[in-house]
Design a protein around this ligand. Sequence first.
Ligand code: NBP
Length: 482
Amino acid sequence: MAELSRIGLAGLAVMGQNLALNIAEKGFPISVYNRSPEKVDETVERAKLEGNLPVKGFHDAKEFVHSIQKPRVIILLIKAGPPVDKSIETLAAHMEEGDCIVDGGNEWYENTERRQEEAKKRGLLYLGMGVSGGEEGARNGPSLMPGGSYEAYKYIEDIILKVAAQVDSGPCVTYIGKGGSGNFVKMVHNGIEYGDMQLIAEAYDVLKSVGKLTNQELQEAFSSWNKGELCSFLIEITADIFGVQDDKGDGCLVDKVLDKTGMKGTGKWTVQQAAELSVAAPTIASSLDSRFLSGLKEERMEASKVFKSVDLGDGNVEVAKQTLIDDVRKALYASKICSYAQGMNLIRAKSAEKGWDLKLGELARIWKGGCIIRAVFLDRIKKAYDRNPHLASLLMDPEFAQEMIERQSAWRRVVTLAINAGISTPGMSASLAYFDSYRRDRLPANLVQAQRDYFGAHTYERIDMPGWFHTEWFKIAKQTKI
Ligand code: NBP
């Protein structure tokens, strides 16, 4: 009888193919399966070419399942939603009690929780495992966020500890928590990624449109930033992008790319969850709004004609380049701290609601490598939560607070400059407004509450005595009206 594989993987598009090869390379024989058989053959072929890796391909679901040692573990890397349900139906028909399904897709956490219940009825264990790092991460070491059955996690722990990205503080994987927590954490990771990308795009816009930096100067600025506090995958790839020439015409390719951003849904879910849980996440929300507005390309082109005659400045401001580069770096860093504070607060709120007991510092640790938001900065976030696991906000950590104080003048200069030049910086502005609201002991919310009581008798509290009050604002105002 042929030797059984240690694990199976179904769904051999970009992510599945690369993760399967990664698992095989770490010494775990793997069986692979895909709805369309060509991808199975392609994966087996790649396994041969990339070092005769122990990958066995199957075109038949039953043969695939039976080729895996018991208790069987099958990782799914399939388009989230109904295709995952369909695949589970196909595969679970051949699985037995004690076997385990690991969904590695960007799934809505409630779908995972439903499937966990359904799997339990069949005697199967279930994990929802966020996988980040794209194609490259999947092949060479992703950040993994498994949540759900702890028993299933322990059964695959030896594999995922080796497959995950390795950093100074260990493999970029940990058992996240119960239920759909792995998917939820991956979703917020993606929301933070949206925020990071938007903030970087705004830094680019200010430097290019106001500072008149060339692509080469932009590349130099981003490369130098990547040697300091902003050192991260996204800053590194941004610097690279400015150096790529157009192979179909003159100049840099980035200038020919259509200014319309796509999306697959995790950013939207993050903002919806923030609203659901009453957690302010304005930086992440502004990144989503920016994607919506970017989609209105034709409308924006018409609007640019209508408003052309209005003198908005449009970047015609004289600035010293190096001073601007330094200011934008500081504005980007301070804005980023606010964005991560929002994401972490969202995770904490969900954890409290669901009783997941998520460890925020540990999440920052597993994002240090492998994933799209990997950054030196995450080590500092981990340390902030190590210093105080009950930190109300990252902004309240003494080290981050000091950094915000040191950067706020530059940050205000950049946002003001952009506003005066007619260049939108929704992420940086939202972060700054978040910071300014958070740090003030008195907000104009007193007036909003008074208005609510005026027209809706919603009552209000006072600053000088306990209790709830209602005032006949209308009557008093009419009596005293001049
Ligand atoms: P896709 O999300 O594009 O999904 C393609 C896979 O789903 C193929 O194997 C396809 O089979 C299979 N599939 C579909 Br579509 N409908 C199916 C059905 N009804 N029954 C069975 N299989 C079906 O692949 P991906 O980009 O590799 O992503 C996989 C998962 O990982 C997704 O949840 C994604 O959100 C997540 N993810 C992606 C990235 C990334 O950078 N791409 C990063 C992190 C996470 P077929 O070959 O027969 O059509």
